[in-house]
Design a protein around this ligand. Structure first.
Ligand code: ZN
Length: 195
């Protein structure tokens, strides 16, 4: 049974929005095993007339980020010593709000408590991360994932690009069997943030 997700809720990739019998897939969604899932971070719209479900990733809510904010971001690029991310939403105590996208960077020193030689494998482009803002410099947010609640909450397999599931303390790809060991995952991996 798919939980009822209401229009206006914020969803992340992989969140189940509806069953295929109830709605047809609209924009930024995909169909899997009879379910309609979100393909992006965005706001869900259920068109009751057309019986169509879509996710809209854009908003005009201006970004006002400051130190300590917890945000959801999509990894855009992974370099040796830093990762670039698009900040897409801000998590408040009882709700998550979509923001107009703004740039963020995760330096290698803010990823794990232990020494990392490089960031390859810690993130993959497309991964959704829960991060905390350290400071905002020239419009770019410096982010950290260096605590157990922070890190990747939705990730992909580096071999086949399929979304991966958390099994015990590791990520596993159910499509190709790849076990992902190096990703910096959050203890909230797989959790939904819609309210
Ligand atoms: Zn795979």
């Amino acid at each position: 049974m798919v939980e009822e997700v209401k229009t206006g809720s914020l969803v992340i990739p992989g969140d189940e929005l509806s069953i295929i019998e109830a709605f047809t897939p609209g924009k930024n969604v995909y169909e899997e095993n009879g379910k309609i899932c979100s393909a992006t971070i965005g706001i869900i719209l259920k068109d009751m007339v057309k019986r169509e479900v879509s996710v809209y990733p854009r908003t005009r809510i201006p970004v006002t980020l400051e130190r300590g904010d917890i945000v959801l971001a999509e990894i855009i690029d992974v370099k040796e010593k830093f990762a670039l991310a698009d900040i897409a939403a801000k998590i408040y105590p009882r709700k998550t709000k979509l923001l107009s996208k703004s740039p963020g960077v995760i330096p290698i020193s803010n990823v794990k408590k232990t020494y990392l030689k490089n960031l390859y494998g810690a993130f993959l482009p497309g991964d959704i991360v829960k991060t905390r803002v350290i400071e905002v410099k020239n419009g770019i947010a410096i982010l950290t994932v260096s605590s157990p609640d922070l890190g990747v909450i939705y990730g992909y397999c580096e071999k086949c690009r399929n979304p991966v599931q958390k099994e015990k303390r590791m990520l596993k790809c159910r499509k190709c069997g790849n076990v992902i060991k190096n990703r910096k995952i959050s203890r909230d991996y797989g959790k939904s943030f819609y309210v």
